[in-house]
Design a protein around this ligand. Structure first.
Ligand code: NAD
Ligand code: IPM
Ligand code: MN
Length: 364
């Protein structure tokens, strides 16, 4: 059997609760397929680990993770540890350290998913947001001068390299070409007179190599408005690190909520492991209650199956997620139900079993 070695970083808050369900789902696909298996190794890193050891991950943690085929992550960050420490020393460290410069976040309104927009049909929200994931506004560069003085000044510098900007835009063009869909760039060249002017320039340059791909360009403020008013304008979307962060929470909100939104942090060259995680955080307000929605983390597990070349299983998992929402009798409170995290996970597994038995792979 082909073994997939997965590093599990469940992390904080609802992270462990939702990952447990994703792991159940992955194991179910392996069991039914028979040609591959998952070997999970658990890393206890996160805010509790920090409070005990004074660091978010073990010394040489990245080195250890290199041995794995992928990383499956829950959530990082919890009250008690400053967010900029917990995130920079674990989640962002992995994204950067492993050059996971592509963040793929599907914003697709599945059938049955709760949508807050009026008169929007399923096909009208179907986009793939490709977020730059290694630099930009998240370069971590800056300074804090004259701390506590009247003349205090704080700098947070965005860094947009030619290599970094070109590779994400080119990745997005390739994806749009493959899908036969349009590509929309979201930027802000009117106010950000260096970074985003450069971004737009690179976008226009690379576009010349893809005359077959229809392109659009929006300022991020207008894009936020159109996400809500006319989401069908967007198909494949490429944007910077911070804009991508914000716009995908908005995207999650219009397509079923944070409990359903998944993401993959990809190192396309496969020099390093890629990382799969829901886009939500540790949700301290509901942690420990057993009511977190596991569908986002299960969807990211489906992205992992796709990444390993098991698109047939990836599709089945997505269909099983969709079926849970169509049936609508087993849902967590964020989707209007009264069921537990575990019950929803079990329902997805039943769905996978049924799809396998009837051998129907529904289009999604
Ligand atoms: P959050 O995503 O944790 O929660 C926002 C809201 O959405 C909360 O009301 C929460 O209950 C709800 N929610 C989120 N996921 C849910 C799920 N699966 N099921 C049901 N409801 C869900 O964002 P936040 O509250 O701003 O951040 C909390 C902590 O998580 C912070 O420390 C933050 O830095 C961190 N964070 C981490 C990640 C990550 O690890 N990738 C992402 C975002 C935030
Ligand atoms: C996300 C999160 C992270 C980000 C935070 C926790 C650093 O919000 O994955 O969307 O901004 O990338
Ligand atoms: Mn975010």
């Amino acid at each position: 059997k082909r073994p997939y070695k997965i590093a599990v970083i469940a992390g904080d808050g609802i992270g462990p609760e939702v990952l447990t369900e994703g792991i159940k789902v992955l194991n179910k696909t392996a069991e039914l397929d028979g040609s591959f298996e998952f070997q999970f190794t658990y890393f206890p890193w996160g805010c509790e680990y920090y409070l005990e050891h004074g660091k978010m991950m073990e010394e040489g943690g990245l080195e250890q993770l290199k041995a794995y085929d992928a990383i499956y992550l829950g959530a990082v960050g919890y009250p008690g540890v400053p967010d900029h420490i917990s995130l920079w020393d674990l989640l962002l460290k992995i994204r950067k350290g492993f050059n996971q410069y592509v963040n793929i976040r599907p914003i697709t309104l599945l059938e049955g998913a709760p949508c807050p927009l009026k008169d929007v049909s399923r096909e009208q929200i179907d986009m793939l947001v490709i977020r730059e994931n290694s630099e930009g506004e998240y370069a971590g560069a800056g300074d804090w001068l004259f701390k506590g003085q009247p003349n205090e000044v704080v700098l947070q510098t965005g860094i947009f390299s030619r290599i970094g900007t070109e590779r994400i835009i080119r990745y997005a063009f390739e994806e749009a070409r493959k899908q036969g869909r349009s590509l929309t760039s979201i930027s802000k060249g009117n106010a950000l007179n260096y970074s985003m002017v450069f971004w737009d320039e690179v976008f226009n340059e690379v576009a010349k190599e893809y005359p077959d791909v229809k392109t659009y360009s929006y300022l991020v403020d207008a894009a936020a408005m159109f996400f809500v008013k006319q989401p069908w304008r967007f198909e494949v979307v490429v944007t910077s690190n911070l804009f991508g962060d914000i716009i995908t929470d908005l995207g999650a909100a219009i397509a079923g909520g944070l409990g359903l939104a998944a993401g993959a942090n990809i190192n396309p060259e496969r020099e390093y492991p890629s990382m799969f995680e829901p886009i939500h955080g540790s949700a301290p307000d509901i942690a420990g209650k057993g009511i977190a929605n596991p569908l986002a983390s299960i969807w990211s597990a489906s992205q992992m199956l796709d990444f390993f070349g098991h698109e047939d299983w990836g599709k089945r998992v997505l269909s099983a997620i969709e079926r849970v929402m169509i049936e609508a009798d087993v849902l967590t409170p964020d989707m209007g139900g009264t069921s537990s995290t575990t019950q929803v996970g079990d329902r997805v597994i039943d769905g996978i079993q049924d799809l396998n038995t009837s051998n129907i792979v529904q289009p999604t």
